[in-house]
Ligand binder design. Structure first.
Ligand code: NAG
Ligand code: NAG
Ligand code: NAG
Ligand code: NAG
Ligand code: NAG
Ligand code: NAG
Ligand code: NAG
Ligand code: NAG
Length: 370
């Protein structure tokens, strides 16, 4: 079954080769924003931050087994989406904070994209602050992007710079940490409806800010069913003896997906030239959890690397438990997917059906000429 599914996917990708050429011509750069699902090494530059993955066994399947700061055994979803969209690159553009440090190629690098994502961060400025001491919230990531906008104009001149900015892809994967923080700090004092309204309002503001800076093509990944991650299953097991998903949390996340869809419909109708894809990471992950063997996955509850119940109670560190067959696990650590599952996600977002990515998939969004 898994083979058949993969074969079908590769066939449709071969069929897209013509389109890929177009993508290369029309997709000058990819700018990436969000949290640990797409962070490729921002947080190691934040020495105070507790949200770190730059130690083994993270990166064990990355080239040279390098623990780059990715919350994965190998590449993450951002890397693999970039690889599908642009055959000349094997991974995400580098973290913005690393470009700042090695100024030598700063200008050339910038026009090829940058990754602003920071593990532990969220849509709200306060998200991650209490738990991890220091993260770069989405708002600050956009602020950082705004500082490079003038540099691009200096390099290319105003006309070419405008064209580059409007034809580039803005990949955003964020929101999970906002729900973790709500659950941890605000649930008892704030109704979920109120929280959701605040979150959605902040998300709208961020998108409008990016629009004002010239962004037009938005590839947005929704929040996965975080109530099913090993960390939450471990809590459930202790509380009520069942290792099932934490349903209340998943219900909120699913409702937020629906509201995000409504937000994007209205955003694209109100702001001239906006094109978007919204990836349904919730349904995508649930499909794997409900039919793991179809996708070659055998373990959907226990993390590959971690400690305690379901390996969901401790981080992935050199002292943690490490599973043998990493490609058979849904979860790498207490909350993040393995590289194998990131591949499934990337392939689906890139070339999948409307059920998982709407109103068009990323391969349709990328070549649109603004
Ligand atoms: C490992 O990753 C770091 C950070 O991305 C990089 O500076 C270093 O050169 C890499 N090492 C190897 C051996 O690739
Ligand atoms: C983060 O936490 C510190 C210390 O509690 C606080 O001073 C600061 O205002 C917080 N920042 C945000 C953005 O919430
Ligand atoms: C980028 O632009 C900022 C503000 O315009 C400027 O201060 C900085 O020197 C520029 N950096 C480079 C590398 O050109
Ligand atoms: C949630 O609680 C934290 C800690 O008390 C606070 O900093 C944050 O602003 C609250 N979030 C919202 C959305 O009110
Ligand atoms: C008990 O477990 C179920 C799922 O198995 C979950 O939906 C529910 O929220 C849990 N109860 C508590 C108090 O965590
Ligand atoms: C979200 O929308 C779908 C399809 O429109 C619907 O089936 C589902 O019940 C909605 N879920 C929530 C939590 O609102
Ligand atoms: C794993 O958990 C056990 C008991 O819960 C603890 O004693 C041990 O220090 C933990 N190991 C790591 C690497 O966190
Ligand atoms: C995804 O987009 C491609 C065009 O790039 C299209 O041919 C294909 O039908 C879409 N996939 C699905 C399953 O809708």
């Amino acid at each position: 079954m898994a083979r058949v599914w993969i074969l079908l996917l590769s066939l449709s990708i071969v069929g897209l080769m013509k389109q890929l050429v177009l993508v290369e011509a029309d997709l000058p750069a990819i700018y990436i924003f969000g949290d640990s699902t797409v962070d490729v090494g921002t947080n190691p530059h934040l020495s105070e931050s507790l949200a770190q993955a730059n130690m083994p066994f993270n990166g064990i399947d990355y080239p040279f087994s390098n623990a780059t700061g990715r919350f994965s055994n190998g590449y993450n979803t951002a890397d693999l989406i970039v690889r599908l969209l642009d055959k000349t690159h094997s991974r995400s553009p580098p973290p913005f904070l690393s470009l700042l440090e090695r100024m030598a190629n700063f200008k050339r690098d910038l026009t090829r994209g940058a990754n602003f994502a920071s593990g532990g961060s969220g849509i709200l400025d306060s998200t991650g602050n209490a738990t991890y001491r220091k993260v770069v919230p989405l708002g600050e990531q956009i602020q950082q992007f705004s500082t490079v906008r003038p540099n691009i104009t200096i390099i290319l001149g105003p006309d070419k710079a405008d064209k580059l900015i409007s034809n580039s892809l803005y990949l955003i994967s964020v929101g999970g940490n906002d729900f973790f923080d709500y659950q941890r700090y605000n649930r008892t004092t704030m109704l979920p409806e109120t929280f959701m309204a605040i979150l959605l309002n902040a998300y709208a503001t961020h998108l409008e800010d990016l629009y004002t800076l010239g962004a037009r093509k938005f590839a947005i990944i929704g929040v996965p069913p975080i109530g099913c991650c090993p960390a939450e299953r471990a809590v459930n097991l202790k509380l009520n003896g069942s290792d099932g998903c934490f349903d209340q949390m998943n219900d909120l996340v699913r409702a937020f997906y629906n509201e995000t869809e409504t937000l994007l419909t209205s955003f694209s109708s109100q702001f001239q030239g906006v094109k978007y894809s919204l990836g349904n990471a919730f349904d995508l992950t649930m499909t794997i959890i409900n039919n793991p063997l179809v996708f070659g996955i055998k373990e959907v509850k226990t993390a590959c690397c971690g400690n305690g119940t379901l390996n969901g109670e401790g981080r992935c560190t050199p002292l943690a438990n490490l599973c043998r067959n990493r490609e058979e696990y849904l979860f790498w650590d207490y909350v993040h997917p393995t590289q194998a599952v990131s591949w499934l996600a990337a392939l689906t977002l890139y070339g999948g059906a409307q059920q998982f990515v709407t109103p068009m998939n990323f391969s349709q969004l990328a070549p649109i000429d603004i």
